[in-house]
Design a protein around this ligand. Structure first.
Ligand code: BTN
Length: 315
């Protein structure tokens, strides 16, 4: 959306200037501004004699910048999509992985366990990378945990302090969620399959309506606006690095780092699966990414996408 790009700097722009730059009349500018507010939920200020400006600057994605800084990686930058994971799965019918899909907003962002991932326009990172895996159980082993390590390193590198992992693949700061990972599989895991690695990082979000869990963002933690292209590049580079080590050495190469970053290591927890619940103490993670719990009767390892973990004495 060209008009939004002109306004993204957060400065005042007169209707006349915007019209000139877009080659349209002032009244057409006004109509587009109305549309913009409904479509992208951005907050516009209008001051007589000065013009229009966004309530605060937006860091929008730039395909040119991303292509330049990630040479060799095929990528798409979309404006508004249902879900970058869903679009990546659709692209698989006509494009060969690896590739990446990014978007400014998602209207039906997918979270784990059927939850909705709130995805406001231009605020956070909505990133889906598709990889192809050929007859290799080890490449799928603990893959989502390894992706968690890539996100963890990226957040730390960009100045987020105190970030940790929560099994299986949540990223938290002081108990509040800052990023989430959703892997979706297409094809046959025993033969050739494609994995969509969906990553959502709360980057510049300050207010989140409709989020049903404690959350934070890079902006709230580090106190400054995140340049989202820089974040996307750092994430793509780190993801490539960890995926290549994972291909060669499996999860063993990340085991120690993962457990050292596990926020609930050694804690008493409740593991929930639908209506079933089991209490135990977190011992760590197994070689294939399962959760090792000390429960009555000894040690048990749990895995599965529908599981969720809570602290035992959490209210
Ligand atoms: C979770 O519930 O923690 C996982 C959230 C994953 C969200 C990301 S945003 C990019 C990608 N597209 C989606 O629809 N979901 C993932």
């Amino acid at each position: 959306m060209q008009l939004l790009r002109l306004l993204a700097d957060g400065r005042f722009h007169s209707g006349e200037e915007l019209g000139e730059r877009l080659g349209i009349s002032r009244s057409a500018v006004w109509k587009q501004l109305q549309q913009l507010q409904t479509d992208s939920e951005v907050c516009l200020h209008r001051v007589r004699g000065k013009g229009y400006r966004l309530e605060r600057p937006l860091s929008l994605l730039s395909l040119e910048t991303l292509k330049e800084r990630l040479p060799g990686l095929r990528l798409w930058v979309e404006d508004r999509v249902d879900s970058t994971n869903a679009l990546a799965l659709r692209y698989l019918t006509c494009h060969e992985p690896p590739f990446v899909v990014l978007a400014e907003a998602q209207t039906a962002g997918r979270g784990r366990r059927g939850r909705h991932w709130i995805s406001p326009y231009g605020e956070n990172l909505y990133f889906s990378q598709v990889i192809r895996i050929e007859r290799s159980a080890t490449q799928l082993q603990a893959l989502s945990l390894v992706v968690g390590v890539a996100v963890l390193r990226t957040l730390k590198r960009l100045g987020v302090a105190g970030v940790g992992l929560k099994w299986p693949n949540d990223l938290l700061v002081s108990g509040k969620k800052i990023a989430g990972i959703l892997l979706e599989l297409s094809g046959d895991p025993a033969d050739v399959c494609q994995v969509v690695i969906g990553i959502g990082i709360n980057a510049n979000m300050r207010m989140g309506t409709g989020i049903d869990q404690d959350w934070t963002s890079m902006y709230l933690e580090a106190g400054r606006q995140v340049e989202r292209n820089e974040l996307a590049v750092a994430l793509a580079v780190e993801l490539e690095r960890v995926l290549s080590v994972h291909r060669e050495q499996g999860f063993a190469a990340f085991h120690e780092e993962w457990e050292a970053s596990h926020v609930w290591q050694g804690r008493e927890v409740r593991l929930i699966s639908g209506v079933h619940e089991i209490g135990g103490t977190v011992l760590g993670v197994s070689v294939d990414g399962g959760l090792r719990l000390a429960v009555e009767g000894g040690e048990q390892v749990y895995s599965g996408g529908e599981l969720s973990l809570r602290l035992q004495h959490d209210s």
